[in-house]
Design a protein around this ligand. Structure first.
Ligand code: HSE
Length: 435
């Protein structure tokens, strides 16, 4: 690389537009930004109106032109989706170019393949924008917290669902109407299923687990539940009991540790006590709570989606590569803290072994002894109850809400099965996690 660093941008959508706009206006930013030259941009449609003005001659509809342009030193992939993004990233690496990507779906599924290729080619693939939008979390996990033994990473890592849940809780608004607003505001992915079904958060927690625990995990095995089935009344009951409902992603090491390291990962709507640090994270904001030894708890908080915040993270990665390249002047050894690295094997425990507290709501008859029988089933199954409350009792029936102490999923499932077999219980109406 010369003194100017050639940037090739794959995609000029929400994030790409944000990146281009930072690169085109370096004034009052770090002086290194002025050295970043946007030399090629791949767009889907040359005639589409854009939020940022770019010279026509740098635009192309062929992403291969960007990847193969000798003036491009760093390829920025913000197309999203699996293909052609994965192939383009691999082609850029093969051409000896470092890559910056915001693509959590590709990294969560093909991160190992990409990291291996990057290590062999002696280039970086940096992914700060893939998790938590503008929040610096990838680099802290790789570098600032490197001296810790991480025990748990948990967080609110999907802005769209947090925006929806916040408005449901504050306004009693219906899920569908708030989802529409989130899409109009540009928070939701083109396919909202990735957000509302928890898939986006599952991609992100798989990536965080890899960095926190030093080994990749099988993305498809992450137990995942989204918010599309969540009912307003559970948000309301949770509120009455002193909790907020958040789409929480959790990755934690199981005891005893071993080789491969057993990990428990999950994404699900979860009751968060009002005095917990994650409870005050509202709207499109994200927060990631890292628990480690010896640091204790450290929380990273900020805007988790949107053009500006995500572009801020992308440009930070480009600057890291540019800074190293200027400092090392062609020495092609990689900084081991910044380069992708897995240093052990990790394995996800079976869903039945995951331990947590639970919130459940049953439809029941309003008859003498129902609470006792439900309590009996839980007790017989080894599930300890923290609280049991009856709501909305009428001739039509009652709703019984139970919050348990921490218990394995297997014991919980078995107890729920015997409760659902009780003649007074007409159904399990909700089942959420609880912190
Ligand atoms: N759609 C994502 C979210 C943003 O709502 O958090 C990009 O990761």
């Amino acid at each position: 690389m010369g003194s100017g660093i050639g940037i090739g941008l794959l995609g000029l959508g929400t994030v790409g537009g944000g990146v281009a706009s930072i690169l085109q206006s370096p004034s009052e930013r770090h002086p290194l930004v002025a050295d970043l030259k946007l030399v090629r941009v791949a767009v889907r449609d040359l005639n589409r109106p854009r939020s940022v003005e770019l010279p026509n001659e740098i635009l192309t509809t062929d992403p291969a032109v960007v990847v193969n342009d000798p003036a491009v030193d760093v390829v920025v992939e913000v197309i999203g989706g699996i293909e052609p993004a994965r192939s383009l990233i691999l082609q850029a690496i093969a051409a000896g170019k470092s890559v910056v990507t915001a693509n959590k779906a590709v990294i969560a599924r093909h991160g190992e393949e990409i990291a291996d290729a990057a290590t062999k080619a002696g280039v970086y693939v940096l992914i700060e924008a893939a998790v938590g939008g503008g929040i610096p979390i990838i680099e802290p996990l790789k570098q600032s917290l490197g001296g810790n033994r991480i025990n748990r990473v948990s967080g609110i890592i999907n802005g769209t669902t947090n925006y929806i849940l916040t408005r449901m809780a504050e306004e009693g608004a219906a899920y569908e109407s708030v989802l529409k607003d989130a899409q109009e505001l540009g928070y939701a992915e083109a396919d909202p299923a990735a957000d509302v079904d928890g898939l986006d958060a599952a991609d992100k927690i798989a990536i965080l687990a890899n960095l926190a625990f030093g080994g990749s995990v099988e993305r498809s095995a992450v137990p995942t539940a989204g918010i599309s089935q969540l009912q307003g009344r559970d948000v309301d009951y949770a509120k009455q009991l002193g909790y907020g409902v958040k789409l929480l992603a959790v990755a934690e090491r199981m005891k005893p540790s071993g080789e491969p390291l057993p990990l428990s990962l999950r994404v699900q709507p979860t009751l968060v006590p009002n005095d917990h640090p994650l409870a005050g994270v509202n709207g499109v904001n994200n927060a990631i709570l890292v628990e480690g030894d010896p640091i204790g708890r450290v929380m990273f908080y900020g805007p988790g989606a949107g053009a500006g915040p995500t572009a801020s993270a992308v440009v930070a990665d480009i600057l890291n590569i540019a800074g190293i390249s200027q400092a090392t002047q062609g020495d092609d050894r990689l900084d081991p803290l910044l380069a992708a690295s897995s240093w052990r094997r990790c394995v996800l425990v079976d869903r039945g072994e995951i331990r947590q507290r639970h919130y459940v709501r049953f439809h029941t008859q309003d008859a003498p002894g129902v609470i006792g029988r439900i309590g009996g089933c839980f007790g017989d199954g080894g599930v300890s109850i923290q609280s049991i409350v009856q709501f909305n009792a009428s001739k039509a029936g009652a709703e019984i809400v139970v919050i348990t102490h921490e218990v394995s999923q297997k014991k919980m499932d078995d107890a729920l099965q015997s409760i659902q077999a009780l003649p007074e219980v007409s159904g399990l109406a909700a089942h959420l996690g609880c912190l």
